[in-house]
Design a protein around this ligand. Structure first.
Ligand code: SF4
Length: 374
């Protein structure tokens, strides 16, 4: 969270500045300066001067933003634009003026442990994990509830490689989403509770396929410190296991890779996914021109936008898909279940990396075969 002085500096810096405009996905999609970085600076400056109220109109500007870290990559003044917007959102929440969709996410996480308010699966039996092991897999809410093939694929690969692992019966939420939506205290509380559950598990290493959870656990955020255990993205472990996997000869070769924002910029993990794809398919994945690695455009899944403005998420996803299509790839792979969900409305197959690895080892119909035995 920015201090009042840091917030003032950020607002005054951004309100007249066009320097990151070309990197801002929102202004590109809306073609409106209101939704640019300087537009957000301008409305927050007016709010600071009591010329604009903290109301739904201000909320519309602040919540149509992906908080994807890309503005910061181009900022000569090192202004953390994302944090400026998050502080503006926090003030909207404090004023009771945040959108209903934002408050619903907060109450869903508190009530059910996930942002959709869905009933949680029995993760221990779904994954086939053991009740105690040195390796803990934190699957994350999207894998648990929106993309179970990630749970099934990663678990199958670990079990077939003889790697014992455990899971948390109640994974809960890593807190970053709540923080980004402006429910700062709730986000910090969720992150703290997760750290306590991980400590009580007795695990020594945590892996996760969820890019935002990886960022939250590895780097922390705001007052939340990084977890002191070894934290790895699941692609790192799969890359270690790859030499001993029996990869099928018909594994797909023409793969385009999408860097999820958390791995692109916040907790950089650029090479391991590419090395894993090369080990599985025999060829390096194709990269989007310019907008790859630390400059990767958002799939639309960041900053809480899927909850506040799902239309913006879909448009950002289609924009990213058109960039990925230009690589000539026949399949898209990413290392985050939420990015895979955001990109799934596509004419090309889209896979999270555990799903892709499972298909390369067990064949394209691996999931059908698992489901028929469950
Ligand atoms: S984040 Fe930096 S580059 Fe972007 S508008 Fe603000 S001051 Fe300018």
């Amino acid at each position: 969270m920015l201090s009042p002085d840091e917030f003032n500096t950020a607002v005054r810096s951004c309100r007249f500045c066009p320097m990151c405009r070309h990197a801002d996905v929102t202004v590109d999609l809306t073609r409106s300066e209101t939704y640019s970085a300087r537009g957000r600076g301008a409305v927050l400056f007016s709010a600071l001067q009591d010329q604009l109220p903290y109301d739904a109109d201000l909320g519309d500007v602040l919540y149509r933003f992906f908080a994807d870290g890309l503005c910061h990559e181009y900022c000569a003044g090192h202004i953390i634009h994302d944090e400026m917007v998050i502080e503006g959102r926090r003030r909207l929440v404090a004023a009771g003026a945040s959108p209903r969709s934002v408050n619903a996410v907060c109450s869903n996480v508190e009530r059910c442990g996930n942002p959709w308010g869905l009933e949680e699966p029995d993760l221990l039996s779904l994954s086939g994990a053991t009740s105690r092991a040195e390796l803990l897999v934190y699957f994350g809410a999207t894998a648990r509830l929106k993309r179970r093939s990630v749970v099934l694929g990663l678990s199958l690969l670990l079990r077939s490689s003889g790697v014992p692992f455990t899971v948390l019966r109640n994974e809960g939420d890593p807190g970053l989403l709540l923080y980004q939506l402006g429910h700062v205290d709730a986000g910090i509380s969720a992150a703290t509770q997760l750290r306590e559950r991980i400590a009580q598990s007795g695990a020594k290493t945590v892996i996760t396929p969820d890019a935002d959870a990886y960022r939250s656990l590895k780097a922390g955020f705001d007052r939340v410190a990084p977890v002191t255990l070894q934290i790895r993205h699941s692609v790192d472990l799969l890359k270690d296991l790859a030499p001993n996997l029996r990869i099928r000869r018909d594994a797909p070769r023409s793969v385009g890779y999408h860097d999820p924002c958390a791995l692109a910029r916040f907790s950089p993990c650029h090479d391991s996914p590419r090395e894993l794809i090369r080990a599985l398919s025999g060829s390096a994945p194709s990269d989007v021109r310019v907008w790859n690695r630390n400059l990767a455009h958002c799939s639309g899944e960041c900053g809480g936008v899927p909850f506040t403005h799902p239309d913006m998420t879909e448009r950002a996803a289609q924009r990213r898909l058109s960039e990925l299509r230009e690589t000539g790839a026949s399949m898209i792979v990413t290392s985050d279940p939420a990015a895979a969900v955001a990109l799934q409305n596509s004419d090309l197959p889209v896979h999270e990396l555990s799903e892709f690895a499972a298909a390369c080892v067990f064949g394209e119909r691996w999931e059908d075969e698992i489901n028929s035995t469950m």
